[in-house]
Ligand binder design. Sequence first.
Ligand code: FAD
Length: 383
Amino acid sequence: MPNRSVIILGGGVGGVVAATRIRKRFPASRVVLVDRERDHLFQPSLLWLATGSREPERIRRPLNSLRRLGVEVIIGEVTELNPHERRIRVNGSDITADAMVISLGADLAPERVPGLADAGHNLYTLAGATSVRDALRSFDSGRVVVLTAAPAYKCPAAPYEAAMLVRDYLSRHGRSGAATVEIYAAEPGPMATAGPEVAAAVRGMVEAQGVIYHPSHQVESVDPVARKLQFADGTTAGFDLLIYVPPHRAPAVLGPTGLLAENGWISVNAETLATSVPEVFAIGDATAIPIPSGKVLPKAGVFAHQQAKIVADNLTAVWAGQTPHGVFDGKGACFIETGGGRAGYGSGDFYAAPVPTMRLHRPARWWHWGKVMFERRWLGRWP
Ligand SMILES: Cc1cc2nc3c(=O)[nH]c(=O)nc-3n(C[C@H](O)[C@H](O)[C@H](O)COP(=O)(O)OP(=O)(O)OC[C@H]3O[C@@H](n4cnc5c(N)ncnc54)[C@H](O)[C@@H]3O)c2cc1C
């Protein structure tokens, strides 16, 4: 009989890493993983899907195959979550466990900007990235706009990479002369949490690829018929093809749990990922961790991954009667695709005081292949 149990909420980066690691470290455990989607989606590859170098089937894997590792997989929407009882409701039934790891990610909320969903393509979903690909195939000339509809979103590099990859796509298909690629960003600079030097360097990469950059443009509404963006400062911009990153919000099921801080995301201990409720941990995009610079830790898979390992190690150590030693250190790295088979690479310490330290490497083929190898390893290791 299993003598310990845990519910893992979400089968994205954090959920899958936590579930598999807990099963490996504590084989006598009952690990229940719940997700509303049948497939795990490797989100970084959405950029390659949007620009025609991946197919949807290649970048997702069935969550059910985690059963081979002894993980109980339930496909269904979590409609109720009681952290104090460590109880959830899914598919009309209640499940309880000794512990809970919440890795529900961020919900996407394009409806917060009137007209946005009708006017453009959502880069952050499988369907949206697929429709970007289809729209690009028949796009001959005009103005492509990549829009960030709010200043904070997961993977702060992604829309910048998307713009550079679109530009590369158009020039590879002989259409760059008749088309412009522009970014209208709600934020004042790319990857601004990493500091002004990184922001300037990434802006330089983007502009070197011929992308026109308009920072600090907070969209208010979009007119899908006139194909026009209305910004909060009164200015407007037209587009022929709109690719957008929608506003994010914490999953609705977390609302009544009492776990959300004033900023709308789960508050956790920055080192252990413990929430205010004993035996309940939260990792990844559903959390907001204040960092010494006064900002919050960016939402990224690299952090969800590390946090999942820490929680899994600490939880299983306690179950085994040992002292938990795992500490999340706020360190992470990311590739920045620039097109032409090249990528930049940044690695940094976001818990450094007074500001994050980050080293940014110039675009090179080497880093692009690093990203390809990472994707291959992630999807290839699937059980
Ligand atoms: C285009 C793009 C490119 C990216 N590139 C990078 C990159 O290069 N590097 C990097 O580090 N990060 C990247 N990211 C970000 C990364 O994918 C996320 O930060 C990471 O997936 C977060 O992991 P998570 O486990 O917190 O949430 P997710 O992986 O989003 O998983 C959350 C899961 O919870 C499920 N869920 C939510 N609510 C419910 C509910 N009520 N009931 C049941 N299930 C529910 C969802 O279906 C989902 O599967 C990228 C993201 C995008 C969109």
